[in-house]
Write a protein that binds this ligand. Structure first.
Ligand code: ARG
Length: 565
């Protein structure tokens, strides 16, 4: 349910009745419990246009406010704020309908937006690193969220599979293959070895250069080698996706090489539009107000990362018909995206009304506050990092003897992977983020374990009670009032998080919800002796809706729940 919108509608009605012709601003959540549930702060802004004092305007609004439905009470505070209280029986009935609805009352958009979410984008020549981990986790959440809200989401994995380094890599692949020892397990090492050969052996270097040209001109032998290299390399990434529970498949791969045939057209179109300038032999686009041009073709005819992105932008807008294109990429590429977005619009590759956004995220740091590396300073292998998360998660499980080995594995995986994802998603994505095992695997604070525990705790209630779920929610005290209001805010939170591409808004909400539930549960026992049946049922219904909301929220974040923890 769009809670705010419903309240806004009541305010709008009051405006009409009071003869105020302005559009009311939206209500906001009350900052303190004594200010009610929501606040309307729009009276102040109307003082000037209406030529009245804000308290008088607020009084007029309140006099015309319908207090028989959603709202129960309204009060003026300070210079003209209006504090609003929701009607408990309305809250109760709305929570009941949400509980019975498989979408928990969250509406699907009537007009879906076609959104391309570009995320993960590992480079095939190298090991996937922590930057790609963040992109995969945040991007997947954004794609899940938009899908859940009803958008038409196209996931695009813009893998780096093209460029001069592949000549060297496939020449080396061919060489060691002849020796019969193909080992591509460790791409980092493979790259180093190939580079070593390239630097030391002139004949090898020449062959590598020759192979670059050959791949680009479609030589079947070289293309087959290249394809083999990409297959193995992508296979490593897929292992990570699989472990991580990220919804990316081969179908979502739209690699850099895919755009190769379009690059020439990009240049000629830019030229036709009069956007190209030759500078030091290179083809450049100079943008107004920018000192550094966007280079789209080098002097030797080679294309660049930006050229491919321009081709991709055009393909996404024109062929895929995207209305919103979201790039979940490291903040350090901010300048790149700012420039290619501008060029794409100026060149008419992307219609003006298509929303282009760089969903930037900060760097993952180690405990020492420096970019996350292995102790030796190398790239952290993601598979190993995830395995470590699972191993560490296993240590947090008490009473191991109660589980079979298989159950234990499954549980450790759900906890460990959940912890890695939640830790990443729960911070403001643009901040750098300090990777900390202890914090992420804690039962306390805003962590996935806390959320999974809250969920399991509610499930344990339902293991003890498995009778019919029939009856009414009765909002009896302030905590129940707050809990039900919080539950009904779910859609508003998801909507906002989708607009801002901010998964941490969801985690913050889930954390508040779970904390509130825990407090509610401590104060309002459910199955304890002496609780009458009507009260018991009401509390069971609220507990059930809370569990369902937590599960749905975590599901969007790509985090699993378990019934027993
Ligand atoms: N491969 C790039 C990198 O590792 C990320 C690709 C992001 N997507 C894009 N369309 N440029 O930095």
């Amino acid at each position: 349910m769009k809670l705010k919108q419903q309240i806004n509608n009541v305010i709008k009605e009051a405006f009409t009745k009071a003869g105020i012709e302005h559009e009311p601003m939206s209500v906001t959540e009350a900052t303190k419990a004594e200010f009610g549930d929501f606040q309307f702060n729009g009276a102040m802004a109307l003082a000037k246009p209406l030529g009245k004092n804000p308290r008088m305007i607020a009084t007029e609004i309140i006099e015309n406010l319908d207090l028989t439905g959603i709202l129960e009470k309204a009060e003026i505070a300070g210079p003209g704020f209006i504090n609003l209280w929701l009607n408990p029986s309305w809250l109760a009935s709305q929570c009941e309908s949400a509980r019975k609805d498989s979408r928990l009352g969250v509406e699907k958009r009537e007009t879906p937006v076609k959104v391309v979410v570009d995320y993960s984008g590992p480079n095939m020549a190298k090991q996937m690193h922590v930057g790609h981990l963040r992109s995969s986790i945040i991007g997947d959440t954004l794609a899940n969220l938009l899908t859940y809200l009803g958008d038409d989401v196209i996931r695009q994995n813009h893998i780096g599979d093209w460029g001069t380094q592949f000549g060297m890599l496939i020449a080396y692949l061919e060489e060691i293959h002849e020796e019969g020892s193909v080992s591509l397990k460790d791409l980092e090492q493979f790259y180093k070895d190939a580079k070593g050969r390239f630097d030391e052996d002139e004949a090898f270097a020449n062959k590598a250069r020759e192979y670059v040209v050959k791949i680009q001109s479609g030589d079947t032998h070289c293309l087959a080698l290249w394809q083999k290299f990409i297959d193995i390399s992508l296979g490593h990434c897929e292992e990570v996706y699989e472990k991580l529970g990220v919804n990316l498949t081969r179908e979502d791969v739209r690699a850099e090489s895919f755009y190769n045939d379009y690059l020439h057209g990009v240049i000629s179109d830019l030229d036709e539009k009069g956007l190209l300038t030759q500078s030091d032999g290179a083809q450049c686009v100079f943008l107004e107000g920018e000192e550094v041009p966007v280079i789209v073709q080098k002097g030797d005819g080679g294309y660049l990362y930006a050229t491919t992105d321009l081709a991709a932008l055009r393909y996404r807008a024109q062929t895929l018909g995207a209305q919103r294109i979201s790039y979940v990429v490291d903040a350090r590429q901010g300048e790149h995206f700012k420039q290619v977005f501008r060029v794409a619009k100026e060149a008419g590759f992307v219609p003006e009304d298509v929303k282009l956004e760089h969903i930037a995220f900060g760097t993952m740091m180690g405990q020492d506050g420096k970019p996350f590396k292995t102790r030796e300073g190398g790239t952290v292998k993601l598979i190993e990092l995830l395995d470590e998360a699972v191993a560490k998660a296993k240590e947090t499980i008490n009473d191991k003897e109660n589980y079979s080995e298989g159950e234990l594995e499954r549980l450790a995986k759900i906890i460990g992977i959940g912890a890695v994802k939640y830790a990443d998603l729960s911070i403001n994505r643009e901040s750098n983020y300090i990777f900390n095992w202890g914090k992420m695997l804690s039962f306390e604070g805003n962590t996935s374990l806390y959320m999974q525990y809250a969920y399991a705790r509610i499930q344990s209630i339902f293991r003890k009670y498995d009778g019919p779920m029939e009856g009414d929610i009765i909002i009896g005290d302030a905590l129940e009032h707050r809990l039900s209001t919080m539950l009904l805010r779910f859609e508003d939170v998801l909507d906002r998080a989708a607009v801002d591409a901010a998964p941490n808004q969801i985690t913050t909400y889930l954390y508040e919800l779970a904390t509130l539930f825990m407090r509610f549960y401590e104060q309002n026992p459910i199955l304890k002796e002496g609780v009458d049946d009507v009260t018991k049922m009401s509390r069971l219904l609220l507990a059930d809706l809370t569990a369902k909301t937590i599960k749905q929220g975590l599901d969007i974040l790509g985090i699993e729940t378990v019934d027993k923890l």
